[in-house]
Design a protein around this ligand. Structure first.
Ligand code: NAG
Ligand code: NAG
Length: 432
C-alpha cells in the first residue's frame, strides 16, 4: 500500500487528504468541474498521476469470472457485495465501497484456519510479503521483509511464525533517503532471492538479489528497475515466476496493476501493461481509492494444469472499505493479456464486523504448515495481510484516529481448479 507520513504535509494537500508520502516533495493539484450537476474532482499527486478520480467511469481490463454457485442459500447481505463488485464493469452503483453496510458478511465464505499454534495478530506492520525457507537441517525459517520509510531495506527472521514479524529487523541494504516502502521478497532463480522495494520519494522500484541462499546474508543492489532505460513508475512491486518459466514484475500505479516480463533483476523485457483497474467512487476528496498490492500464488488444477492466483487490494487502505480481490488464469495463458485473466466476483477477504476485522488487504502468499500438520512441513499456503481492529480505521489526514494496522495470517482455501475461494477473515484476539 502507499502509506502516508505525518511529516511533510503541506496545508493545501492536507485539506485534500491526499496520501502525504507520495507527494512529499511535489506539489499536488486539485481541480473540479461539473457534469450533469455532479462535481467531478481531479486530484493529482504532484507526480502527475490522478490519484482519486471520483466520478470517472469505472474501468475494467479483463473479464468477470462466472458467478460462483453458493454452497448455502445466499444470505440477504450477499447482494451488497454483488453491487459493489458489479461496479467493476459499470459506473451506476450508488453503494460506494465505503458503504458501512459492506461490513456484513455473506454466509457462504470458506472458514478461516491458520497453521497450528498461530497466535494472530503477528504484530504491527503493513504490506507483509513473507517467505518460508527450509534449512538444511529440515527446520523452517520465516522471513518478513520490512522498510523504515527512510533509507533502509530490512529483513526480520524467526523459526516461529508468531515471532518473525516481531523479530529485530536487520538492514540488508542502505539507500539514500528514498523513503523505502512495501518490500517484496521472492525466488529469482534456484535459491537466489530477489528483493524489490518501492520509494515514497521518487516513485521508482529498486531491486536487490541475494548473494547466497541466506536472506540475512549479503545482497547485491541493482538500482532502479527500467524498461528501455526508463524507470518503471509506481509502487507495491511483486516478482513471480509464471508456470511458463518466465519471471514477471507486477506493481501498481495507483489506479491499475501493471505487469511486465523481466529480462534481469532490474530490466523489463517488455513494456508494462495494465491488467486490472478498479477506480471506485471512493467517497469523495478525502478518500484515496487505489488498486494496489499485487501478490501471486500458483495452485494445482485437478486437470493437471496450474492456476495462477493474483490477489490485489482495492479501496482506501486507511479505511474499513479496503479489501482483497482476486483474479486468476490458467498457467498455459499469457499473463500480460488482460482478457486472459478472470476477476472473481466476490472479494477474497473483506471486512467482518462480527469479528472486528476491518479493511483486510495488502498481503502476500507464502508456504506454511497445514492446520494440524508438522511445523516443519510446508504443505499448505498462507496469506499474510494487514487489517484494523476498529471500524474507523486510520481516519485520514484531516481526521486521524491513531489506529494502526496489524499483520494477520491465515490459510488460503481453494477449489478443485486451484482458484482461491472467498474466505472469512480470521478472528484476531491479540490486537498488537
Ligand atoms: C537448524 O538450522 C537453522 C538455520 O541454520 C538453525 O537456526 C537452527 O538452530 C537449526 N536447528 C536445529 C535443531 O539444529
Ligand atoms: C484445465 O482447466 C482449466 C480451467 O479450470 C482450463 O483453462 C485449462 O485449459 C485446462 N487444461 C488442460 C490441460 O486441460
Amino acid at each position: 500500500m502507499r502509506t502516508h507520513a505525518i511529516l511533510g504535509l503541506t496545508i493545501g494537500l492536507l485539506a485534500l487528504g491526499i496520501d502525504a508520502a507520495s507527494i512529499k516533495h511535489a506539489s499536488g493539484s486539485h481541480s473540479t468541474r461539473q457534469v450533469n450537476g455532479e462535481v467531478i474532482h481531479k486530484i493529482t499527486d504532484g507526480l502527475n498521476r490522478v490519484v482519486t478520480p471520483p466520478g470517472k467511469p469505472k474501468l475494467v481490463l479483463g473479464q468477470m469470472a462466472p458467478k460462483r454457485k453458493s454452497r448455502k442459500s445466499k444470505s440477504l447481505h450477499t447482494s451488497l457485495y454483488k453491487q459493489a463488485s458489479s461496479s467493476y464493469g459499470t459506473s451506476t452503483s450508488t453503494a460506494s465501497a465505503a458503504d458501512p453496510r459492506i461490513t456484513d458478511t455473506p454466509g457462504d465464505l470458506r472458514a478461516a484456519t491458520a497453521p497450528k499454534g498461530t497466535r494472530n495478530s503477528l504484530g504491527m506492520g503493513q504490506d507483509p510479503s513473507p517467505i518460508a525457507l527450509k534449512n538444511p537441517n529440515g527446520t523452517v525459517s520465516y522471513f518478513f521483509p520490512d522498510s523504515d520509510f527512510k533509507n533502509t531495506a530490512l529483513m526480520r527472521m524467526s523459526a516461529d511464525l508468531n515471532e518473525a514479524n516481531r523479530a529485530p529487523p536487520q538492514a540488508i541494504h542502505t539507500y539514500g533517503m528514498i523513503g523505502t516502502e512495501a518490500p517484496d521478497v521472492a525466488v529469482w532463480q534456484g535459491s537466489q532471492l530477489i528483493y524489490t522495494v518501492s520509494s515514497t520519494k521518487d516513485d521508482k522500484l529498486r531491486a536487490l538479489t541475494s548473494d547466497t541462499d541466506d536472506p540475512l546474508g549479503t545482497w547485491t543492489s541493482h538500482g532502479v528497475i527500467t524498461y528501455r532505460g526508463q524507470p518503471a513508475e509506481g509502487f507495491d512491486s511483486h516478482v513471480f515466476t509464471h508456470p511458463n518459466g518466465k519471471r514477471y514484475l507486477l506493481y501498481s500505479n495507483h489506479a491499475a496493476i501493471l505487469i511486465a516480463e523481466m529480462s534481469s533483476p532490474n530490466t523489463l523485457a517488455k513494456k508494462p501493461k495494465p491488467i486490472v483497474s478498479y477506480v471506485g467512487q471512493g467517497g469523495g476528496p478525502l478518500s484515496i481509492f487505489n488498486c494496489e498490492a499485487p501478490a501471486t500464488v500458483l495452485l494445482p488444477n485437478k486437470n493437471g494444469s496450474t492456476t495462477v492466483n493474483l490477489a490485489f487490494s482495492t479501496g482506501d487502505f486507511r479505511a474499513a472499505d479496503y479489501q482483497t480481490r482476486l483474479m486468476y488464469q490458467d498457467g498455459s495463458l499469457d499473463p500480460t493479456v488482460p482478457h486472459h485473466w478472470l476477476i472473481a466476483d466476490e472479494p477474497m477477504l473483506r471486512t467482518d464486523s462480527s469479528v472486528s476485522v476491518y479493511g483486510p488487504g495488502s498481503g502476500g502468499f507464502f508456504d506454511c504448515p497445514s492446520a494440524n500438520g508438522d511445523a516443519n512441513t510446508l504443505d499448505a499456503k498462507c496469506f499474510a495481510y494487514g487489517a484494523f481492529s476498529q471500524s474507523s480505521g486510520e481516519g485520514n489526514a484531516l481526521f486521524p484516529t491513531g489506529n494502526r494496522r496489524t499483520i494477520r495470517v491465515q490459510h488460503v482455501d481453494h477449489d478443485e481448479h486451484g482458484v482461491i475461494e472467498p474466505m472469512h477473515v480470521i478472528a484476531t484476539p491479540v490486537i498488537t
